[in-house]
Design a protein around this ligand. Structure first.
Ligand code: GLU
Length: 352
């Protein structure tokens, strides 16, 4: 897929993996309380895997050449609860580059360092309604990057990372994302080199941000650090822990380490809710009812505040760049596990 400005001028809003198959949600459980026991979660993950493993709509991203080599059959699902119980099915141990999901965690780390008001002022928290790599979005907003989950806002955020050199910023990011995952994360050198050789569009966006006075660090070095952060290798088991850390007020439920403040977790989830699934963020929230974030290698994180996190991986993407199977599995699991934060039941005065 090219994800070029053609998508921006006339987005194909008919092909989202949720919009084209959107039954009204049946909320058997509402978003109160905690996750069911691990056996029940495992059974539901197996059921989700069986339901969607043969779904072969969507295309593997190949605008970063090495991503085009991904096996479209791969499909992994993992859940980690806030009490640290984890369970997985399918290709949950398969490592893939985190891509855009990194934007969430770099934003959280920068929000922790700079504070709620500064990131809102310098990066923004509003959806663009346009593709993640849109130049037009930046022009239409007079250089306002709008939010940290599109490339313009993500590179602005990376430019704000503490440190006066690109090495220092990179060390901060790698260390921070590793603390979210609970172990050191490595770079997929092939993906990094492939994207670094083809990321002229991102360099152009960074230069454009600079021209508007919105880039706080050298734009080309910032693009390079951003490209590296996108190349960090994760599994769905890692993503579930990272998502669960956001669900758990910023404390990693496996290591017990506080990675960011609870208020920062909350701010990060709010941005994910508005902008996590590219142009289909509204479809996602309407159907799944919790914050999520996708990446073009095929990963998605889904966060149920106070309960836990879901990590999914399957490389075929819809028109906006979201994993097709991952979205379907997240919707199924959100309904079955009662994750939707918008669902409620009337208070029963008899029950007290
Ligand atoms: N590294 C990718 C890019 O900048 C990330 C895109 C994504 O996952 O949305 O194009």
């Amino acid at each position: 897929m090219a994800y070029s400005e053609r998508h921006a001028t006339l987005p194909d809003f008919s092909t989202g993996a949720l919009a084209d198959d959107a039954p009204a949600a049946v909320h058997e459980a509402v978003s109160t309380g905690s996750l069911p026991d691990v056996e029940r979660i495992t059974a539901l993950l197996e059921s989700a895997h069986a339901r969607y493993r043969d779904l072969d709509t969507g295309k593997v991203a190949d605008y970063i050449p090495s991503l085009g080599n991904a096996d479209p059959a791969l499909f992994g699902l993992s859940v980690c609860g806030v009490v640290g119980r984890s369970t997985s099915v399918g290709d949950a141990a398969y490592p893939f580059s985190i891509q855009s999901i990194s934007k969430v965690f770099v934003f959280a780390l920068v929000c922790h360092a700079l504070g709620h008001s500064e990131v809102s002022r310098l990066v923004g928290v509003n959806n663009t309604g346009l593709p993640f790599n849109s130049v037009m979005a930046l022009e239409l907003s007079d250089g306002d990057p709008r939010n940290p989950l599109v490339n313009a806002g993500a590179m602005t955020t990376t430019g704000l990372v503490p440190g006066t050199t690109s090495d220092a910023k990179w060390a901060f990011i790698r260390d921070g994302l590793s603390r979210f995952a609970g172990h050191p994360l490595d770079v997929d050198e092939a993906v990094y080199e492939s994207e670094a050789a083809t990321n002229q569009r991102n360099m152009a966006i960074a230069r454009l941000l600079e021209s508007y006075g919105r880039m706080q660090f050298d734009p080309i070095q910032t693009t390079d650090v951003y490209t590296k952060q996108c190349s960090l290798l994760v599994t769905t088991a890692d993503l579930a822990v990272m998502a669960a850390t956001l669900a758990n007020g910023g404390v990693n439920p496996i290591t017990g380490e506080k990675v960011v403040d609870a208020s920062v977790s909350r701010d990060t989830l709010a941005v994910m809710a508005t902008s996590g699934l590219y142009e289909f963020s509204g479809d996602w929230l309407f159907e799944v009812g919790v914050p999520g974030k996708s990446g073009v290698s095929g990963g998605i994180i889904t966060v149920a505040p106070g309960k836990g996190g879901l990590g999914t991986f399957s490389p075929r993407l819809d028109a906006a760049g979201n994993s097709v199977r991952g979205q379907r599995a997240a919707r199924y699991l959100s309904h079955a596990l009662g994750l939707d934060v918008f669902a409620s039941k009337a208070f029963d005065p008899q029950a007290g």
